[in-house]
Write a protein that binds this ligand. Structure first.
Ligand code: HEC
Length: 207
């Protein structure tokens, strides 16, 4: 388990405090667990089943968080294709290489987890909280993934696209690549950089 920085200090002073803290972290990770375990797998390259499907990564909610485009129903005639927040994550190892080279390395996984908004109070889907009127994240509701692999996906400009379900967890454990026309083509035609919509991921564009 990866603990936040500074824990070393606590350990010197009190092992009891450390184990109590670790227990809380462990409890939290089982509570939110199921698919996304708190542990980040240091082996960041995609894993494939024997029959060539992509295995759903674990620990992705602990990866580098790139951003959350939002296309709510209330602003899309009541029927957005993806009415949720689109939380996008990238493994820290791939992120580091991107920051050093400005390129997505072979094996990059971009994982988009959909997250519903809290129940609407207004026609535009918004609601009011003490902070103001707006949209507020609620339940997780699906996963889409893109993988850069120039051998497997040479026919779609080196990226493959995968859908692990558009519903509440648990998600599919593995998924086959979607046909080019279902996913890759729109990314080829519209994305800013190497088929990725980098303009929404400010952290990628910041020194
Ligand atoms: C009509 C165009 C279109 C289609 C079709 C499409 N996407 Fe996307 N995709 C987008 C846009 C625009 C974004 C960024 C903004 C957003 O999420 O709303 C995006 C973002 C993503 C991201 C986050 C990383 C990135 O490239 O920005 C993943 C992963 C992704 N899509 C996977 C898929 C998968 C899997 C499919 C097919 C099942 C698919 N997409 C089909 C337009 C599309």
């Amino acid at each position: 388990m990866i603990l936040p920085g500074g824990i070393g200090k606590v350990k010197k002073r009190s092992t009891f405090a450390l184990s109590a803290f670790a227990a809380v972290v462990a409890l939290a990770s089982t509570q939110f667990g199921g698919v996304a375990k708190a542990e980040v797998d240091p082996d960041w390259k995609p894993k494939w089943t024997d029959d060539g499907k992509l295995v759903l990564p674990t620990g992705y909610r602990e990866w580098v968080y790139l951003g959350s485009p939002l296309t709510p129903n209330g602003l899309n005639g009541g029927a957005a294709g993806f009415p949720e927040y689109h939380n996008v994550y990238m493994h820290p190892a791939a992120f580091k290489i991107y920051k050093e080279t400005g390129e997505f390395p072979e094996g990059t996984i971009l994982l988009k987890e959909l997250q519903l908004t809290h129940e609407a109070q207004e026609e535009d889907g918004s609601r009011s909280e003490v902070s103001g009127r707006g949209y507020f994240p609620a339940a997780f509701n699906g996963i889409d993934i893109s993988v850069k692999d120039s051998k497997k996906f040479a026919d779609s400009q080196n990226w493959g696209y995968f859908n692990f379900g558009h519903h509440a967890p648990p998600y599919a454990e593995s998924a086959g690549a979607a046909p080019t026309e279902s996913c890759a083509q729109c990314h080829i035609d519209n994305a800013q950089k190497d088929m990725v919509f980098t303009k929404f991921y400010t952290i990628l564009n910041t020194k």
